[in-house]
Design a protein around this ligand. Structure first.
Ligand code: PLP
Length: 387
């Protein structure tokens, strides 16, 4: 039974995605044909599942341009980010051990860095009003005292792409490692870890049409990382625990699809949506519009309209979107990312994120525009407004 009625327009793909047809096929096949086993078992059923895990690892490696030995599976993006940050921080010998992150990082990075290094032990690279990273500040903040820099490839709220290659140049010159959270970029733009030059990179299955509860981390050969989860020594002894082989198979399937289409998706739907909505509601602001963005995300500020009321009104018309980040702790809290790029509190509380997927249709964009126009009009006539 699908939780999504056919009439629903799902534009919350940065929160999670539906399974791709290929993934659904692979998962159904494993479930229906009772394909199971522990990849560590030496008998036939174990070795069969080991082959499934190895094939998925090869698939993910191919999609990132690295070798299989540099990919290990986790329970998702949050765990991969924790392993990157805690693993490198704990493996570092001797002070100083500073971490530098961008102001736009996901809470799984920001909160982990705060827990690890405290206020004194980390530096935050600010954003420009365009939503882009301030590279001049990055140059000042990354020093010989920096052990690790963590900068995401694409922001989950605005879709703005960050200059990870430039960050790598700055960091490596000063002897620091670079971790990149690529959760919101995987499958939307092409990613090659050699071209980027990063030392560690995070992926998440459910943001890219694979199952939830699986992710992967690229760790460049030779980078020293202390395990966060110890036990039976699975995943090169860096992430113990019996492998989630169905989830891993789903991620491998997605990785093969991504490799086949060279990593990216088209921006046509998002562009049509933005063009249409700007024409019909001329005073909206599209956050990050001037910057290079992933092709699926539109962060739209409906001035004077409360985002939560707008979301409710949109969902009554069958359009599902989200206010800022789906993972933020409170719906009425202004977005940290929007505030960091100079957005006012009121505007931040009036911002909706629409995120398309490669399964979205032109009709979805058209219906979303109509719904936005009618909801914004109704809410602006009412009393439930911001500012
Ligand atoms: N990093 C980014 C940029 C995200 O958007 C998210 C989820 O929203 C995560 C990490 C966490 O990924 P997961 O849900 O797989 O733990």
């Amino acid at each position: 039974m699908s939780t999504k009625s056919p009439a629903v327009i799902y534009l919350d793909n940065n929160a999670t995605t539906e399974l791709s047809h290929d993934v659904a096929g692979v998962v159904m096949d494993m479930v229906l044909h009772n394909i199971y086993g522990n990849p560590s078992s030496s008998h036939e059923m174990g070795t069969k599942i080991r082959t499934v895990v190895d094939a998925a690892r090869y698939g993910v490696a191919q999609s990132l341009g690295c070798s299989s030995e540099e990919v290990l599976f986790t329970s998702g993006g949050t765990e991969a980010n924790n392993l990157a940050l805690r693993g490198v921080y704990d493996a570092h010998t001797g002070p100083p051990n500073e971490i530098v992150v961008s102001a736009a990082e996901h809470s799984s990075v920001i909160n982990t860095v705060e827990a690890l290094a405290g206020e004194e032990g980390h530096r935050i690279i600010p954003l420009l009003p365009t939503g882009e990273l301030d590279l001049e500040w990055a140059e000042r903040l990354i020093t010989e005292d920096t052990t690790l820099v963590s900068v995401m490839l694409a922001n989950n709220e605005t879709g703005v792409i960050f200059p990870v290659k430039e960050i790598v140049k700055l960091a490596h010159k000063r002897g620091a490692l670079v971790h990149c959270d690529a959760v919101q970029a995987y499958g939307k733009i092409s990613i090659n870890v050699t071209e980027l030059g990063v030392d560690l990179l995070t992926l998440s299955g459910h943001k890219a049409h694979a199952l939830p509860g699986v992710g992967a981390i690229f760790i460049r050969k030779g980078v020293q990382v202390r395990p966060c989860i110890t036990g039976g020594g699975q995943e090169f002894a860096l992430r113990s625990g019996t492998e989630n082989y169905i989830g891993i198979a789903s991620l491998g399937t997605v990785a093969n699809e991504i490799t086949r289409r060279n990593g990216g998706m088209e921006s046509g739907l998002r562009d049509a949506f933005e063009m249409g909505i700007s024409k019909r509601i001329p005073d909206i602001v599209i956050n990050g519009r001037e910057a290079l963005r992933v092709p699926n995300t539109s962060s739209v500020t409906f001035k004077g309209v409360h985002a939560m009321s707008m979301l409710t009104a949109l969902s009554e018309r069958g359009v599902l979107a989200s206010a800022g980040s789906a993972c933020s702790s409170g719906p009425t809290k202004p977005s940290r990312v929007l505030l960091a790029s100079g957005c006012s509190v009121d505007d931040s509380l009036s911002t909706i994120r629409f995120s398309f997927s490669r399964m979205s249709k032109l009709m979805d964009a058209a219906r979303a525009i109509e719904a936005c126009v009618s909801c914004a009009e109704t809410l602006r006539q009412g009393t439930d407004s911001v500012g």
